[in-house]
Design a binder for this molecule. Structure first.
Ligand code: ZN
Length: 328
């Protein structure tokens, strides 16, 4: 492929993203969440690990330590639910020694892995083996069922990374994958994984302690990303959109959320950093509530990066935001 064609391919992919009207912000789409920009890493003997969106990148980086060059395919500022790989991404997937993805969010992954065939590659589907919840019937009626291969009966909730307990399981799966690809460094991967899991356990304790006596249990989110977190800490998520941010609510559903919020005297409506907050703001205005960020960690923004925020930092901010909203 010549340079001109590559450029126009990227341009048209960007245009398609804008035209799709999904509300994802596509600014800074050329940056990578990693301090290691793709192409600049010196591979040497290190493993070449390709991950999908931010939490997969961060968990992998934590376990890999110095033994791997870890890159994220989905750039900062991009929403992973509606992202698709370019030809350049496909080449990167093909060359990777290890491919780490969450599962479900990356509807393109299976096909990409078979097209970019590589017998030696170790594939880690980090949510595999976890007891995944199904979306509610209401969410399944959303418009997002243009997605091929998914019937209405099998919409599973992929957002396990937002539960500090299930996140530990994802870290363990990633650890197993790295050990399989690079058994010589097994002891280091184990040590790194244990250290990060200890931090996730502390995070879990902080959530448990802070939320157990919350005055209210319901919180209104922009899309249904916080189901596992809510379940873990005895809360109820009331999502405006469905399991994917582009599943916008029907007028009936929106009316129901406004009615619920008024009846329960809800004072905060949460929105996200990577998705147009228009609908969340409309609900907030309608009921006279304020808005605040509850970050589903589907990617970092450039601002998050400038503030040195990582998975643990964002989760701590989420906890503060929840604590405030659930006690007002
Ligand atoms: Zn999501």
């Amino acid at each position: 492929m010549n340079a001109w064609f590559k450029k126009s391919f990227v341009l048209s992919a960007g245009l398609a993203l804008i035209l799709s009207g999904c509300g994802a912000k596509s600014d800074n789409a050329a940056t990578n969440p990693s301090p290691t920009e793709p192409g600049t890493a010196q591979s040497g003997n290190k493993l070449n690990v390709v991950t999908t969106f931010y939490p997969m990148y961060e968990f992998t980086r934590q376990v890999a330590g110095d033994h791997a060059n870890v890159t994220a395919l989905i750039p900062a500022g991009a929403e992973p639910h509606d992202w698709e790989p370019s030809a350049k991404d496909m080449a990167q997937i093909k060359d990777g020694d290890v491919f780490v993805y969450n599962g479900i969010v990356e509807g393109w992954a299976e096909q990409a892995l078979s097209s970019a065939a590589n017998d030696k590659r170790v594939v880690v589907e980090a949510s595999k083996g976890l007891n995944l919840m199904e979306g509610t019937a209401e969410e399944e009626e959303g418009e997002a069922h243009a997605e091929e291969g998914h019937s209405h009966d099998h919409v599973l909730d992929p957002h396990v990374w937002l539960d500090p307990v299930l996140a530990q399981k994802e870290v363990e799966s990633i650890e197993a994958g790295l050990v399989k690809a690079d058994p010589a460094n097994k002891a280091d991967y184990e040590k790194n994984a244990d250290a990060y899991i200890a931090k996730l356990k502390e995070l879990d304790t902080a959530f448990k302690t802070a939320l157990k006596d919350a005055k209210r249990k319901d919180f209104i989110t922009q899309h249904a990303a916080f189901g596992y977190l809510a379940k873990q800490y005895g809360l109820t998520q009331v999502p405006i959109a469905g399991l994917s941010p582009e599943q916008e609510p029907t007028p009936d559903k929106l009316a129901g959320i406004i009615k619920f919020s008024k009846a329960n005297n809800v004072k905060t409506i949460f929105f996200e950093t990577l998705v147009d907050p228009k609908v969340a703001q409309t609900v907030a205005t309608e009921i006279g509530a304020k808005t605040d960020v509850l970050n589903p960690l589907e990617g970092l923004t450039d601002e998050d990066k400038q503030n040195n925020l990582d998975y643990l930092g964002v989760m701590k901010n989420n906890l503060e935001a929840l604590k405030k909203a659930l006690n007002e």
